[in-house]
Design a protein around this ligand. Sequence first.
Ligand code: UDP
Length: 327
Amino acid sequence: MQSVLVTGGAGYIGSHACKRLAEAGYDPVTYDNLSTGWAQAVKFGPFEQGDLLDRARLDAVLAAHRPVAVMHFAALSDVGQSMRDPALYWRNNVCGSMTLLDAVTAAGIDAFVFSSTCATYGEQDGVMLDEGCAQQPINAYGGSKRAVEDMLRDYGRQSGLRHVAFRYFNVAGADPDRQVGECHRPETHLIPLALDAVRGRREHLTIFGTDYRTPDGTCIRDYVHVLDLVDAHVRGLEHLLAGGDGGVFNLGTGRGFSVREVIDAVGDVTDAPVPVVEGARRPGDCTALVSGSRLAEAVLGWRPQRSDLRTMISDAWGWHQMPGYSA
Ligand code: UDP
């Protein structure tokens, strides 16, 4: 069986990717420092605890498992935190990725799938984004991801490393089998926070800004089911393993929802009102981030299958009600 190294395999998206890889016949080897991930989420292959900045540990793990490719999810991803502590993001996300790339190219691995983000685009004035839009991130999280995209391009020219980079829009939902799901501590994302508010685990949800230039004044995001997202990763991997050139792909649905629309949908799915308070804007938030996925469809045959808002909320809700859930 071919091994794939999955950095961040103990996290939300990485653990779903491991499940999908195992279903597709690969052995997913999780490499994670557990700073934001969970050992109990590693269920589908071996676990190697380690830090991205630890080159010796990376070398040892690559030598032991001889993966054919790497999926790189391990990163800090809290936009607000990245504004308060940019150095943390540049050290972990950029220096960490560089250490990983050094180890990967030294080991002769030539296929690399990278988690990037639509936060690399920044403020775009309501345009439907595509891969050709200028990247002008307005937060350190987006800046750190754009830097790694640049690094991948440059390493590729020199070493023959081919990569697929996915610019994610807002990932939501959970494994409908409830083997893995979303669990951040602290939680910062809209849908799990709204579900927590419904369950009385927090007093209310604060809407971050009601004065954006959108129809209802709240930010608009494009939500993609985590299962659709990891399906794209396996397609990207197989494209590279078949000798494909790689590329950069947006993974969006082409439909945006405002914060208020998401809150209403959470109320509908859970059949309970979400207690809400209107608050100030959160630094680093863009007004709207929405994208189609024409390129991913053309090159990888990817189309979102499960990304309607109610299905995503309902899958997340199922996971939230699991006995062991404790964000
Ligand atoms: N948001 C909010 N209240 C919260 C958390 C998020 O109003 O408690 C808003 C946030 O400002 C953004 C949207 O919900 O417009 C999605 O935020 P999230 O943190 O889920 O993802 P991001 O877009 O930052 O990746």
